[in-house]
Ligand binder design. Sequence first.
Ligand code: HEM
Length: 138
Amino acid sequence: CNTVGSGPAGTAAAEQSLYDRLGGKTAITAVVDDFVGRVAADTRINGKFANANIPRLESMLVDQICQASGGPCTYTGRDMKSTHAGMGVSSSDFDALVGDLVATLNKFKVPEREKNELLSALGPMKSDIVEKPMASMR
Ligand code: HEM
């Protein structure tokens, strides 16, 4: 069964992975596509992506989310610390990007549980990505 948020009914079978509950690679690809579109339109942060390779970013994000959610993918991109080194990403930049992701997840009607699990998988990356903890410290 491919319905988002569904599990084996009335059985004690193993829990589906987050990857499966999100709807697998097709759903993750659609989410990343919408999300990157929002980031590209988000004037709070899109300046940082002016020289980015967007097609590569999209495919790297799909693999990263697929792998992090227990799917059959291997993320082959650079680690989060060296990828974002020197970009001067602030905590509010990070929060803006997460807000864009939440807007996408809401648009796709991803249930609360799956939404929280995905955000919890990404949250710990914040300390590797953010270089300016507070705008006032610039
Ligand atoms: C949970 C948050 C984030 C995740 C999971 C994430 C993930 C990634 C990944 C997987 C890549 C591609 C790495 C590669 O090409 O090998 C990337 C690139 C990039 N990220 Fe992030 N990122 C996050 C937050 C941010 C934020 C907040 C900003 C800036 C506002 C940002 C700016 C960029 C830019 C500009 C690139 C493109 C670099 C290039 O093409 O040369 N990222 N990110």
